[in-house]
Design a protein around this ligand. Sequence first.
Ligand code: TMP
Length: 215
Amino acid sequence: MSEIAGRFLTIEGIEGVGKSTQVARLSGTLRERGVDHVVTREPGGTPLAEKIRSLVLDNAAGESVPATAELLLMFAARAVHLANHVEPNLRAGRWVLCDRFTDATYAYQGGGRRLSMDHIRQLEVMVQGVRRPDLTLWLDAPVEQALQRARERNTGAVADRFESERTEFFERVRAVYHARAQAEPDRIHVIDAAQSSDAVAAQVLEVLWKRTWIS
Ligand code: TMP
């Protein structure tokens, strides 16, 4: 097995900022440059964690999902994903490119649902130990612009439990991402996602280049 651990890179942002597109583009660039990596997402990323994802995202008919249940399901999915996918790949020297991680829990369950940040921190330590992303790219755009894009993309599809939320909810989510980016500027890089997909992809590559992760 390789002695060099892989890099753990996460991508964050509210719905409609173009995360999935940028993850796919970055993966393509890494492939071209011969960087061994896997692409994954949260909640999800393994068969069991994807089942938990369905449980937590589907609009359960008639039954409420308490915010604490949502929080615990996010971390249950994370525990499964870390043990079976993230950690083994990092140990094997592969980069792990993950669409959302624990910053999303602080933003959505802490900011959006107003759960205690201390409880989230406790679960983070319980589930992750010292594991944190090496780098996080926060794709940021004004809430109205992002939600408009998400609505255009989703025409005809049934909205999940988060997509059904209102503007104020996403303003709170965005505010927590913002606060976290200010508190951890070395790890969390803000990317201006209001621009074209090409311009956003260029910003992403520049961050990796500045870190000398790619040449
Ligand atoms: P996605 O649509 O970007 O795959 O994300 C699924 C939803 O899950 C998204 O609305 C954000 C939400 N989410 C949380 O609320 N907490 C979390 O910890 C994670 C990872 C996602």
